[in-house]
Design a protein around this ligand. Structure first.
Ligand code: DAT
Ligand code: MG
Length: 149
């Protein structure tokens, strides 16, 4: 089953949005298989955002993501990488459609509430940065998908 790494960023945690965001992904029919509240180390942050290391905003990005607690989650479900990205909305909240997470809750690109892996390969890499394999639940609780009740 396809997995992804979703994370409520420090701005979302400070705004007490964790519950609402978890609810959206449960409502969609995805399955939560690991979650924790933690403070990211600088090393984890630099690895997580490695693809952006040469961008002018990299320093600011690492500062922001290590500025407070994050809520990291592993989710699984059919086409979850693409579908969760669609639910998050575009990176810049100015482009994010109403109804998406960033469209509904975010005002600017720096503080855009949520992270989600952009491919199954990124997901695997990101999950291993924050979770040990034994921290992932088996995903063995019966999920009733919409349409199969
Ligand atoms: P996404 O988070 O949608 O995958 P990304 O991987 O391109 O977007 O960028 C990672 C984060 O970096 C993004 O959520 C916010 C920040 N960021 C991206 N582009 C930026 C920019 N031009 N200025 C400031 N921050 C930026
Ligand atoms: Mg990205």
């Amino acid at each position: 089953m396809e997995k992804t790494y979703l994370m409520v960023k420090p701005d979302g945690v400070r705004r007490q949005l964790v519950g609402k965001l978890v609810q959206r992904f449960e409502d969609k029919g995805f399955q939560l298989i690991a979650a924790k509240m933690f403070r990211m180390t600088r090393e984890q942050a630099e690895y997580h955002y490695e693809e952006h290391k040469d961008k002018p905003f990299f320093g600011e990005l690492v500062e922001f993501i290590t500025s407070g607690s994050v809520f990291g989650m592993v989710w699984q479900g059919e086409n979850i990488v693409a579908l969760s990205r669609a639910m998050m909305g575009k990176t810049n909240p100015l482009d994010a459609a109403p109804g998406t997470i960033r469209g509904d809750y975010a005002l600017n690109t720096g503080n855009n509430i949520i992270h989600g892996s952009d491919s199954p390969q990124s997901a695997e890499r990101e999950i291993s940065n924050f979770f040990r394999p034994e921290e992932l639940a088996a995903g063995d609780y019966p999920v009733r998908m919409p349409g199969s009740l």
